[in-house]
Write a protein that binds this ligand. Sequence first.
Ligand SMILES: O=C(O)C(=O)C[C@]1(C(=O)O)C=C[C@@H](O)C=C1
Length: 287
Amino acid sequence: MKKMGYLGPKGSFSEEAIHIFLANHSELNSTPPELIPFPTIPRLLFACDDKEIDWAFVPLENSTEGQVGVTMDTLGQTEHLFITHEFVHPIDQCLLAHEPMPLEQIERVYSHEQSIGQCRDFLEKHLPHAQQVTCLSNSEAAHRISSIRENWAAIGPRRAAHLYNLHILQERIQDVTLNATRFILVGHGLAEMSDGEDKTSLLVIAENTPGSLYRILGEFAKRHINLSRIESRPSKRKLGEYVFFVDVDGYVFAPPIQDVLWALKEANISVKLLGSYPKALPDETIF
Ligand SMILES: O=C(O)C(=O)C[C@]1(C(=O)O)C=C[C@@H](O)C=C1
């Protein structure tokens, strides 16, 4: 049986999303993979890089709170992984507690930092005196408060309430109602070109010299290649030095993309191919 890892424990948004993703991808689900929870995203991605598991399903960005830096940074350090799918999943945050209680009585709120960020205005307005405690995942937060009968709450998915026997104090507490996270599935082989629209994700290491980013982007523009995303992360070598995560329309072996890759190679610009995979159609119920 193939193994697919996710950020656990059970009841995280990652686990909620993986079930819906698999239901929509019969090619991966003919013999359903074994779902394996991991405590952190680096451990999950490195386990996949070391081939202990076949796939890793990880969050990449959220429409409200932005990039999931740890996923991007770890992907940059892995050697054998390719993104093979992307999946956009709506995120509805719930406030959970072991029993019904007025919000004013809540002393602490446990959650993942992404979720705290997605509910910042709610927390400022309704729980200004509660201490915020960050956890490795939302399900870990739910699990932590479930065994302690204090006036503590957790933020997380509705499913976590059922799994950890918690009461839902309030639903949809995220600051922006239409809140969604883009997840990616990574595996060990490059996905084949699809029948529909593909995209290619690259990690580009630009020099800190005048015009270097302009020159890189120019290679795409010259060939009319559309960029759908560009994000920077610190290079971790020196303050002010960055690497760029670039998503472009098209499959990696399409001649214009190959031309760009050659041009960048000739200019001594280092590029790592993160994957080429079908574009997720924006779900009309989300956006
Ligand atoms: O903690 C979880 O439930 C997760 O699956 C992680 C995660 C994330 O890192 O972005 C996934 C989706 C939501 O945006 C909030 C948290």
